[in-house]
Write a protein that binds this ligand. Structure first.
Ligand code: ADP
Ligand code: GLC
Length: 493
C-alpha cells in the first residue's frame, strides 16, 4: 500500500509531546512491513536544514495556495527519516511556519493548518503520487478528509484514496469561528445547525474529521472506550458512538532504538535487565549533575510532562505539603500552564535538597531522568496512551500512574496482582482522581522500594515487557485495509 502520513510534529525535527514520537517511528515500522510511506509536516524555523539533511525540491516549488483570499507560495524540502528510507516532505511557507514555535495562539492558527492540509494534497498532485491512505493525526490535519472529498473531488487521482484519522488527544479539537471554513473555501452548508463542521456556533476540526474520515482510531483500547463517555469525550462522545464499528483503539508502540538503556547515547551508564549496575550509577550522576545530595536508599521520583491539567498537576497541588514530607527526592521536568510551573518552582526553591525542577523542554534531561530515577510519576486525569510510562518500564523506573487510558493498558498494579497470588505487577496505579489516593499509592511504592527483592522483581517485570511498534504497526495495516475495502464513508455530507 501507499500511505501518506500527516502530522504537525515529527521527531527529531519538532516535538512538543508524544505525537512527534509516534510520527517519527510508526511510519518507519509500516515501511518495514513492505509498504511505501511518505510523511508530511510543516517546515518550522526551529530545526536546521543542513544538520537534518533537508533538500530543496526545485521541481515541485512554488505551489500557489489560497487561504482567506490571499495566495501563498508553498515550497517543498525533503529528507529521509533518520535510519530509514522513509521520505519526509516539509511543507514550506515561511509566512505561517516561521514563528519559532510549533503551535501558537495567533489569530491565524486555523490558517496555518489549513495551509498545511491543502499543501499536502497539492504536493501529492504535483508528484503524481496517489496514496491508498492518507493517515491524518489530530485536529491540525482534521480537514484533510473533507477537503479531499469536496474541494479536490474533481481530481480523479484521489478516487481510490481512503482516509484514516487518529485521535491522539480529544481535548485539543481545533475550535474556531465560523469564518474558518470561509478561509478554507469549504462549503458553508457544513455549518448550518447540525452540519458536520459545526459545533457550538463555530467550526470544530475534530468533529469534521469524525464525520468525514473513512476510519477513526485512538491510541489505546481503554481510551477508545472512555471516549464514548461524556466524562472523557469532551463533547465528541455521541459523534464517536454514531461511527460505531468505524472507531478503533490501537496502543502506541515505542521506538527502542531511541529509548533503550542498553544503547541510549544520552545517558552516561548503560544497563540492561541482566546487568543493572549502571542504573544506580545513573542515579548518582543525575543527582550530582543537578546538585542534589545522593543517597542510595532515598527513592528519586521523576516527572517528565507537559504541565497541563491532563497530567494530574491539580491533585499533586492538593497534597503538595504531604508530598514534601515523604522520604523521597524529586526531579521534575516540564513546561505548560503558569500556575503549575509556579507551583513546581516554589517547591524547588523551598526544598533545595529534595526537589530539582527544570521548567522548559530538554530532551537530554528527559533521558537522564528515565535512567536515573527510581519511580516515575504520571497521575493523569486522562491519558490517551502516554509514552513516558512505557519508557520508564524499560529503564527499570517503576511507574506510579492513574488507571486511565493507555496508562491502564500498560501498567499492572503490583498489589492488585499480588492479592491474586501473582507476582506480575510492573508498577502502581490508582483509580480515584484524588490527592488522597495519589498519596496512598506513592506511599505503597516508597514502602516497596525498601524491600530490595520485591523492587527488583517489579523492575524486572517491567523491563521484560515489549511495547515495540511491530504489533501495533500490523494493526494499523489492518485498519488501512479496512478503510480501503469499505465503501467511502459519506454520511451527512
Ligand atoms: P503527551 O503527548 O500527552 O505530552 P506522552 O507521554 O505521550 O504525553 O509523550 C510525551 C513525550 O514528550 C515524551 O517523549 C516525553 O519524554 C516528552 N516530553 C514531555 N515534556 C518534555 C520536556 N519538558 N522536555 C523533554 N521532553 C519532554
Ligand atoms: C497525545 C496524548 C498522549 C499520547 C500521545 C501520542 O499527546 O496526550 O497520551 O501518548 O498523544 O499518541
Amino acid at each position: 500500500m501507499k500511505i501518506a502520513f500527516a502530522a504537525s510534529e515529527v521527531f527529531p525535527y519538532a516535538k512538543t509531546g508524544g505525537l512527534a514520537d509516534v510520527a517519527g517511528s510508526l511510519p518507519v515500522e509500516i515501511s518495514k512491513l513492505g509498504h511505501e510511506v511518505k510523511v508530511f509536516m510543516p517546515k518550522y524555523n526551529i530545526f536546521g536544514e543542513v544538520e537534518n539533511g533537508l533538500h530543496y525540491q526545485w521541481d515541485i516549488g512554488g505551489i500557489p495556495i489560497r487561504i482567506n483570499g490571499n495566495v501563498h507560495s508553498v515550497h517543498v524540502h525533503t529528507a529521509k527519516l533518520p535510519g530509514s528510507n522513509v521520505e519526509i516532505y516539509f511543507v514550506d511557507c515561511p509566512y505561517y511556519f516561521h514563528r519559532f514555535r510549533v503551535y501558537t495562539n495567533d489569530p491565524d492558527e486555523d490558517e496555518r493548518f489549513i495551509l498545511f492540509s491543502k499543501g499536502i494534497i497539492e504536493i501529492l498532485q504535483r508528484i503524481q503520487w496517489a496514496p491508498d491512505i492518507i493517515h491524518c493525526n489530530d485536529w491540525q490535519t482534521g480537514l484533510i478528509p473533507l477537503l479531499l472529498k469536496e474541494n479536490y473531488s474533481w481530481d480523479r487521482m484521489f478516487d481510490k484514496t481512503a482516509t484514516v484519522f487518529t485521535i491522539h488527544n480529544i481535548s485539543y479539537q481545533g475550535r474556531f469561528a465560523k469564518e474558518t471554513f470561509h478561509k478554507a473555501e469549504i462549503d458553508y452548508k457544513h455549518l448550518i445547525h447540525g452540519g458536520i463542521g459545526e459545533y457550538e456556533d463555530g467550526v470544530n476540526f475534530i468533529k469534521t474529521a469524525i464525520f468525514t474520515s473513512d476510519i477513526i482510531n485512538t491510541v489505546s483500547e481503554t481510551y477508545a472506550k472512555e471516549l464514548l463517555l461524556p466524562e472523557y469525550g469532551c463533547g465528541m462522545e455521541n459523534y464517536l458512538v454514531s461511527r460505531g464499528k468505524d472507531f478503533y483503539g490501537i496502543l502506541n508502540g515505542v521506538d527502542y532504538n531511541i529509548w533503550n538503556p542498553e544503547t541510549d547515547s544520552l545517558i552516561p551508564h548503560h544497563f540492561s535487565i541482566n546487568n543493572m549496575s549502571g542504573k544506580i550509577k545513573n542515579k548518582k550522576f543525575l543527582l550530582e549533575h543537578l546538585k542534589l545530595p545522593f543517597n542510595e536508599n532515598t527513592p528519586v521520583i521523576g516527572i517528565v510532562s507537559r504541565m497541563v491539567a491532563q497530567k494530574g498537576f491539580d491533585i499533586i497541588g492538593y497534597i503538595i505539603s504531604q508530598l514534601m514530607e515523604l522520604p523521597a527526592q524529586w526531579v521534575i521536568l516540564g513546561s505548560g500552564l503558569k500556575k503549575y510551573e509556579e507551583l513546581i518552582q516554589q517547591i524547588s526553591t523551598a526544598f533545595p535538597d529534595k526537589v530539582y525542577a527544570y521548567i522548559g523542554f530538554n530532551d537530554e534531561l528527559s533521558h537522564l531522568i528515565e535512567a536515573g530515577a527510581d519511580i516515575f510519576l504520571m497521575p493523569s486525569l486522562f491519558e490517551p496512551c502516554g509514552l513516558n510510562q512505557i519508557y520508564s518500564l524499560r529503564y527499570g523506573t517503576v511507574p506510579v500512574v492513574r488507571k486511565t487510558g493507555g496508562l491502564a493498558d500498560t501498567v499492572l498494579d503490583w498489589n492488585e496482582y499480588l492479592a491474586q497470588g501473582k507476582e506480575i505487577g510492573t508498577g502502581y496505579s490508582f483509580v480515584d482522581y484524588s490527592g488522597y489516593t495519589l498519596l496512598q499509592t506513592i506511599n505503597r511504592a516508597i514502602h516497596d522500594f525498601r524491600l530490595k527483592d520485591v523492587w527488583k522483581k517489579i523492575q524486572h517485570n517491567g523491563m521484560s515487557k515489549d511495547y515495540s511498534w511491530r504489533l501495533s504497526a500490523e494493526k494499523y495495516i489492518q485498519l488501512y485495509k479496512k478503510a480501503v475495502d469499505r465503501p467511502p464513508y459519506s454520511q451527512k455530507i
